[in-house]
Design a protein around this ligand. Structure first.
Ligand code: HEC
Length: 152
């Protein structure tokens, strides 16, 4: 009759370690599923409207998220535009202009800016493509609301 050999330490120790690591990763995954990261907040006191509709703080947070995802690559994380965009625009170099308090867009109506976001840039060879297939009208309004928080 064969007697069962006890499992040697050299086998169960690494197995135990692997099991510990797997359960740690598992609990981290469960934790992050139960606690999704909070949407970004926007430091702004006051009321922002787009087409006469008030944009809620939650929408401003969404607008910020959308801005950072789609627009910051060209217009800058702080909406500052590409370096020397004024001279660049004048020379038709297609540099992305500022969207902050120095933005030429401040003279446009909400309707005109939403149209621009939806259809793309206005220059003939513009690098800015329209977002009508990527963003819903509500998302575009949130995005414009976030941009307007920079227009003090
Ligand atoms: C690939 C680079 C690029 C991306 C990405 C981009 N833009 Fe632009 N944008 C430009 C350039 C270049 C111009 C200026 C030329 C033009 O209007 O065609 C411009 C112009 C604009 C203008 C008009 C500014 C003015 O006063 O004439 C607005 C408003 C604007 N962009 C908003 C946005 C928003 C909002 C997003 C994100 C949803 C975005 N852009 C994404 C490059 C970009």
């Amino acid at each position: 009759m064969a007697t069962k050999k006890p499992i040697p330490l050299a086998v169960w120790l690494p197995l135990g370690l692997v099991a510990t690591v797997i359960s740690l990763i598992g609990s981290l995954v469960v934790y992050s599923l139960l606690n999704p990261p909070a949407p970004p907040t926007v430091n702004f006191v006051g009321i922002i409207t787009v087409r006469g509709q008030t944009i809620t703080p939650k929408q401003l947070g969404q607008g910020r998220q959308l801005y950072e995802l789609h627009c910051a690559v060209c217009h800058g994380l702080k909406l500052e535009g590409q370096p020397n965009w004024q001279e660049g625009m004048a020379a038709n170099l297609l540099l992305a202009p500022a969207l902050d308090q120095n933005s030429p867009s401040r003279q446009y109506s909400d309707e005109q800016i939403l149209q621009l976001i939806s259809q793309g840039g206005i220059k003939p060879n513009t690098t800015m493509l329209g977002y009508k297939d990527k963003l819903t009208p509500t998302e575009m309004a949130a995005l414009l609301g976030y941009i307007k928080t920079h227009w003090k």
